[in-house]
Design a protein around this ligand. Structure first.
Ligand SMILES: [Zn+2]
Length: 131
Protein backbone atom coordinates (compact mmCIF):
# COMPACT_ATOMS: atom_id res chain seq x y z
CA UNK A 1 0.00 0.00 0.00
CA UNK A 2 2.58 2.56 1.06
CA UNK A 3 4.82 1.26 -1.69
CA UNK A 4 2.28 2.34 -4.29
CA UNK A 5 2.18 5.83 -2.85
CA UNK A 6 5.93 6.18 -2.87
CA UNK A 7 6.52 4.93 -6.36
CA UNK A 8 5.74 7.74 -8.71
CA UNK A 9 6.25 7.40 -12.41
CA UNK A 10 6.95 10.17 -14.88
CA UNK A 11 3.73 11.64 -16.29
CA UNK A 12 5.05 11.80 -19.85
CA UNK A 13 3.58 9.12 -22.15
CA UNK A 14 5.75 6.05 -22.63
CA UNK A 15 8.34 7.26 -20.12
CA UNK A 16 8.98 4.84 -17.30
CA UNK A 17 11.40 7.03 -15.39
CA UNK A 18 10.85 7.62 -11.68
CA UNK A 19 8.82 10.74 -11.00
CA UNK A 20 11.26 12.74 -8.90
CA UNK A 21 10.02 16.26 -9.59
CA UNK A 22 6.52 17.61 -9.29
CA UNK A 23 5.35 20.36 -11.59
CA UNK A 24 1.75 21.52 -11.97
CA UNK A 25 0.59 18.58 -9.85
CA UNK A 26 2.26 15.97 -12.04
CA UNK A 27 5.40 13.98 -11.47
CA UNK A 28 8.25 13.93 -13.94
CA UNK A 29 11.59 12.22 -14.25
CA UNK A 30 14.67 14.47 -14.19
CA UNK A 31 15.02 14.46 -17.96
CA UNK A 32 11.44 15.47 -18.66
CA UNK A 33 11.35 17.94 -15.79
CA UNK A 34 14.33 19.75 -17.31
CA UNK A 35 12.74 19.70 -20.78
CA UNK A 36 9.46 21.05 -19.47
CA UNK A 37 11.14 23.82 -17.51
CA UNK A 38 13.12 24.98 -20.53
CA UNK A 39 10.06 24.84 -22.76
CA UNK A 40 7.94 26.89 -20.40
CA UNK A 41 10.59 29.39 -19.37
CA UNK A 42 11.30 29.99 -23.03
CA UNK A 43 7.63 30.58 -23.70
CA UNK A 44 7.11 33.10 -20.91
CA UNK A 45 10.40 34.96 -21.22
CA UNK A 46 9.29 38.49 -22.20
CA UNK A 47 12.53 38.98 -24.15
CA UNK A 48 11.46 36.27 -26.56
CA UNK A 49 7.98 37.67 -27.15
CA UNK A 50 7.45 39.04 -30.63
CA UNK A 51 4.88 41.59 -29.64
CA UNK A 52 6.52 42.48 -26.35
CA UNK A 53 3.43 41.37 -24.53
CA UNK A 54 2.69 38.48 -22.27
CA UNK A 55 -0.68 36.91 -23.00
CA UNK A 56 -1.08 35.27 -19.60
CA UNK A 57 -1.60 37.07 -16.35
CA UNK A 58 1.46 38.05 -14.37
CA UNK A 59 0.39 36.44 -11.12
CA UNK A 60 0.16 32.94 -12.56
CA UNK A 61 3.39 33.41 -14.52
CA UNK A 62 5.21 34.42 -11.37
CA UNK A 63 3.66 31.45 -9.62
CA UNK A 64 4.94 29.11 -12.29
CA UNK A 65 8.42 30.62 -12.32
CA UNK A 66 8.55 30.33 -8.57
CA UNK A 67 7.47 26.70 -8.65
CA UNK A 68 9.98 25.95 -11.36
CA UNK A 69 12.91 27.30 -9.39
CA UNK A 70 11.78 25.69 -6.15
CA UNK A 71 11.49 22.26 -7.80
CA UNK A 72 14.75 22.62 -9.66
CA UNK A 73 16.56 23.34 -6.40
CA UNK A 74 14.71 20.48 -4.76
CA UNK A 75 15.76 18.01 -7.46
CA UNK A 76 19.35 19.29 -7.45
CA UNK A 77 19.63 18.77 -3.70
CA UNK A 78 17.71 15.53 -3.33
CA UNK A 79 18.49 13.52 -6.42
CA UNK A 80 21.72 11.58 -6.04
CA UNK A 81 21.79 10.05 -9.48
CA UNK A 82 22.24 13.28 -11.39
CA UNK A 83 25.06 13.55 -13.88
CA UNK A 84 27.06 16.76 -14.35
CA UNK A 85 25.06 17.81 -17.39
CA UNK A 86 21.78 17.51 -15.50
CA UNK A 87 23.21 19.40 -12.55
CA UNK A 88 24.35 22.16 -14.90
CA UNK A 89 20.93 22.35 -16.48
CA UNK A 90 19.14 22.53 -13.16
CA UNK A 91 21.43 25.36 -12.15
CA UNK A 92 20.72 27.04 -15.46
CA UNK A 93 16.96 26.72 -14.86
CA UNK A 94 17.40 28.17 -11.38
CA UNK A 95 19.27 31.20 -12.66
CA UNK A 96 16.89 31.72 -15.56
CA UNK A 97 13.86 31.46 -13.29
CA UNK A 98 15.41 33.96 -10.88
CA UNK A 99 16.05 36.34 -13.73
CA UNK A 100 12.51 35.93 -15.10
CA UNK A 101 11.07 36.52 -11.67
CA UNK A 102 12.76 39.93 -11.58
CA UNK A 103 11.74 40.71 -15.16
CA UNK A 104 8.11 39.85 -14.45
CA UNK A 105 8.10 42.00 -11.34
CA UNK A 106 9.05 45.17 -13.13
CA UNK A 107 6.71 46.29 -15.88
CA UNK A 108 8.57 45.53 -19.08
CA UNK A 109 9.27 48.14 -21.70
CA UNK A 110 6.71 46.83 -24.17
CA UNK A 111 3.97 47.14 -21.64
CA UNK A 112 5.05 50.60 -20.50
CA UNK A 113 5.20 51.77 -24.11
CA UNK A 114 1.72 50.62 -24.92
CA UNK A 115 0.38 52.42 -21.86
CA UNK A 116 2.29 55.61 -22.62
CA UNK A 117 1.21 55.53 -26.23
CA UNK A 118 -2.16 57.09 -25.53
CA UNK A 119 -0.59 59.96 -23.63
CA UNK A 120 2.32 60.54 -25.94
CA UNK A 121 2.74 64.34 -26.19
CA UNK A 122 4.03 64.15 -29.77
CA UNK A 123 1.06 62.06 -30.88
CA UNK A 124 -1.28 64.40 -29.07
CA UNK A 125 0.28 67.39 -30.87
CA UNK A 126 0.02 65.64 -34.24
CA UNK A 127 -3.61 64.78 -33.56
CA UNK A 128 -4.30 68.38 -32.51
CA UNK A 129 -2.81 69.68 -35.77
CA UNK A 130 -5.28 67.63 -37.75
CA UNK A 131 -8.34 69.10 -36.14
ZN1 LIG B 1 10.11 11.06 -18.10
Amino acid sequence: MSKMLEEKICAVDFCEGAGVAELAQQNFCVKHFIELCYENLQRIDPRGQQLGRIPLDMASLRGFVEECSRRALDVALRCESLDNLQRGRLLDILLWAGELFLLLRAPNRGFADSVLHEHDPLLARLAARHF
